[in-house]
Design a protein around this ligand. Structure first.
Ligand code: BGC
Length: 700
């Protein structure tokens, strides 16, 4: 039974206590498709609710979907319109697979380069993160699917994520870690997922100051707050703190069954059957059902007010109403033929960051190429809950081979990189292939016009990278290849910054992150110049020891406590403050075209106009970046902050004037007693190609 349109308030009045409880904790999905499931209440025509991971595509058991590039690749485009398009595509695919909510986007700031989930996040910069957060949420929800920005807040590492207490100043929270979430709320996000960790002494699932006071109070968020999976640590404190929905709400064993996964043999040290120890990064999976019977008892005892339970239910039902879940004719959408495949390729190509190029790229059509690397016969991805079945995979070498006119020789060079996967099984093909050798790779490289070496890291949810070194002998592979071929191009497929010790010995370096299902096609388009690699770094690349978080207290923490001692000085802000040289600064990225900035003028106090000319003989894409530098920058104020940016495509020889809007965040400071205060000017607005390459300055 279904009703045409629900009047949420009167529905809530009709629900019994048991039925309300049934609507605030997850259950087993009888269809076995969803990551999280609510059964609804048939008696009153309240339908089921299905939630699916997120955030790189829709993970639905048994129904492959478009696997988009990693979020960090999307952010590298500096083009939020692409986030809106990707969001729309994912929303439509979710709906076509009978899912009502998507568990994404991931909005945590990239604080530590080691974090295993950096690929699911956008940037080290709050203004960039906020722009992508808003656009992504609007896109997803335009398809009548609930977006679930996650993980609120300060989930900036995977190691001990379920137990660590983050000690962070109110100011750093406000100026760095919260703006992405606030932008998502402003964009109308229907749900927010809490982080596992605790912040300033209170677990996020029961953090009243941040959930009830800031999110629901100050920002006026009227959607529902859902726990991370097995992350609702209590009953009374969580409900009274503002958590509305507990997920998954079922036992581990039921979960194995739901995902059709063999239960792990050793429950303590394995996750989803994996042998690699990820237990330090996993929640206590016996912690479940806190919003089931225990919540009913707490409400009956009066420990959780009935009005609070009604509010929890109301928030959930209101979102269901908003997406049309009660409408009988909730439209069927087809997803596969909507250009999503092309969109995934476009984003992968535009998000590729050309770090170095001595002129070897773009390649001529007829060159002979040796494609070398341990993962070139697959697409490169990260592990964890964002893993999914891609609709149409084009492995790296396949895409290059299809595009090239010359001979393409493929060699792996070193054994496959060991990765953590939550859902993938053993790849039996690997076992049947002959063991790759360095010698084979080097001789193929010596015989080719061009050597393309594709290197990768291994990153996953629940584990942080031990260091920023490329694993599995890949540095040696690059060095040996570069020694025999003067046209060596290195393609880096990584979750975030990695060290590139051979960077002076190769001809070009392209950071293509985890490019998603279009991996090989997008890479071929960039290498041969069909697409301009217009990505810019959304994170600073530096040597490992030069990042601000180098002692245990700041990462990964000691005795369960981690100190965000760097305060506001996250990412490039730290490098500016200490005058340290990054290897590649925030915002860096080359183009095949060449641009000159002709003029920059302030239109008003939040907008600057920049005139730019493409002085090359080919169409290209540029990203105009505007940094705000307060004249009275004091010790505790960043030297410069990204104020705004505009991506533009410009044909050969043309000149255009673009607007760059400046975000208030770059002109304000948060004071713990006075709240938000406007910084005193004057300000210098720096127009540049990166945080370290400023072309124009205008005074405001
Ligand atoms: C992750 C979430 C994810 C959830 C459901 C958790 O382990 O932290 O990001 O949405 O699982 O798969």
């Amino acid at each position: 039974m279904a009703i045409a349109k629900a009047d949420v308030e009167s529905l809530v009045e009709e629900l019994t206590l048991e039925e309300k409880i049934q609507l605030v904790h997850g259950a087993v999905d009888p269809e076995g498709t969803a990551t999280g499931y609510l059964p609804g209440v048939e008696r009153l025509g309240i339908p089921e609710l299905r939630l699916a991971d997120g955030p790189l595509g829709v993970r639905v058991n048994g129904a492959p979907a478009t696997l988009f590039p990693a979020s960090i690749a999307l952010a590298s485009t500096f083009d939020p319109e692409l986030a809106r398009e990707q969001g729309t595509a994912m929303g439509r695919e979710a709906k076509a697979r009978d899912q009502d909510a998507l568990l994404g986007p991931g909005l945590n700031l990239i604080r530590v380069p080691h974090c295993g989930r950096n690929f699911e996040y956008y940037s080290e910069d709050p203004v960039l993160t906020a722009a992508f957060a808003g656009a992504s949420v609007e896109g997803i929800q335009s398809a009548d699917v609930i977006a679930t920005p996650k993980h609120y807040v300060a989930n900036n590492q995977e190691l001990y994520r379920a137990s660590v207490n983050v000690n962070v100043s109110e100011r750093a929270l406000r100026e760095c870690y919260l703006p992405g979430f606030e932008a998502a709320v402003d964009a109308g996000a229907g749900s927010i997922m809490t982080a596992y960790n605790s912040v300033n002494g209170s677990f996020m699932s029961e953090n009243r100051p941040l959930v009830t006071d800031v999110l629901k109070g100050e920002w006026g968020f009227d959607g529902y707050v859902v726990s991370d999976w097995f992350g609702a640590v209590s009953t009374v404190s969580s409900a009274n703190g503002g958590l509305d929905l507990e997920m998954p709400g079922v036992s581990r064993d039921e979960l194995w069954e739901m995902f059709d996964i063999e239960p792990p043999e050793d429950d303590d040290d394995t996750v989803f059957g994996e042998t690699k120890d990820v237990s330090d990064g996993m929640p206590d999976m016996t912690n479940t059902g806190n919003f089931a019977e225990p919540l009913r008892e707490a409400v009956e005892r009066g420990d959780v007010p009935r009005a609070r339970l009604d509010d929890m239910v109301t928030r959930i039902l209101r979102q269901m109403e908003r997406i049309g879940a009660f409408d009988e004719d909730r439209s069927e959408v087809s997803a596969e033929d909507d250009g999503h495949r092309e969109l995934a390729e476009t984003i992968a190509a535009r998000g590729a960051v050309l770090l170095e190029n001595d002129g070897v790229l773009p390649l001529a059509d007829d060159v002979d190429i040796a494609v070398i690397g341990p993962g070139v016969e697959e697409i490169s991805t990260g592990g964890g809950s964002s893993e999914m079945d891609a609709l149409h995979e084009v492995p790296t070498a396949t895409g290059i081979d299809a595009r090239a006119n010359g001979t393409v020789t493929v060699k792996r060079g070193v054994p496959p990189i060991e990765k953590v996967s939550f859902f993938g099984g053993d790849d039996e093909d690997d076992d049947q292939q002959p063991e790759p050798t360095l010698d084979d790779a080097v001789s193929a490289a010596a015989d080719a016009d061009i050597a393309v070496v594709v290197v990768e890291d291994a990153a996953a949810e629940a584990v942080d990278r031990d260091d920023l070194t490329l694993p599995g002998g890949q540095n040696e592979l690059v060095e040996d290849v570069a020694a025999v071929n003067d046209n060596t191009v290195v393609v880096v497929q990584s979750s975030g910054p990695v060290e590139l010790p051979w960077r002076d010995d190769v001809s070009a370096i392209l950071e293509s992150w985890y490019p998603g299902q279009a991996d090989g096609d997008a890479l071929a388009a960039v290498l041969f110049g069909d697409a301009d690699p217009s990505g810019r770094l959304p994170v600073t690349f530096a040597n490992e020891d030069d990042y601000p978080v180098t002692d245990d207290a700041t990462f990964p923490g000691t005795d369960g406590e981690v100190q965000y001692d760097e305060g506001l000085l996250v990412g490039y802000r730290y490098f500016d403050a200490t005058d340290a040289d990054p290897v590649y600064p925030f915002g860096h990225g080359l183009s095949y075209a060449a641009f000159e900035y002709r003029d920059a003028e302030l239109v008003d106090d939040r907008r600057v106009e920049v005139t730019i000319e493409n002085v090359s003989d080919r169409t290209g894409r540029d990203v105009v970046q505007a940094y705000v530098r307060p004249s009275n920058a004091s010790d505790d104020r960043p030297v410069r902050e990204l104020g705004g940016f505009t991506a533009v495509e410009l044909p050969a020889g043309e000149t255009v004037t673009v607007d760059v809007d400046l975000d208030d965040l770059a002109f304000s400071a948060y004071d713990e007693t006075a709240g938000w205060t406007a910084l005193e000017g004057p300000f210098t607005i720096e127009i540049g190609r990166s945080a370290r390459d400023i072309e124009f300055e205008v005074t405001l």
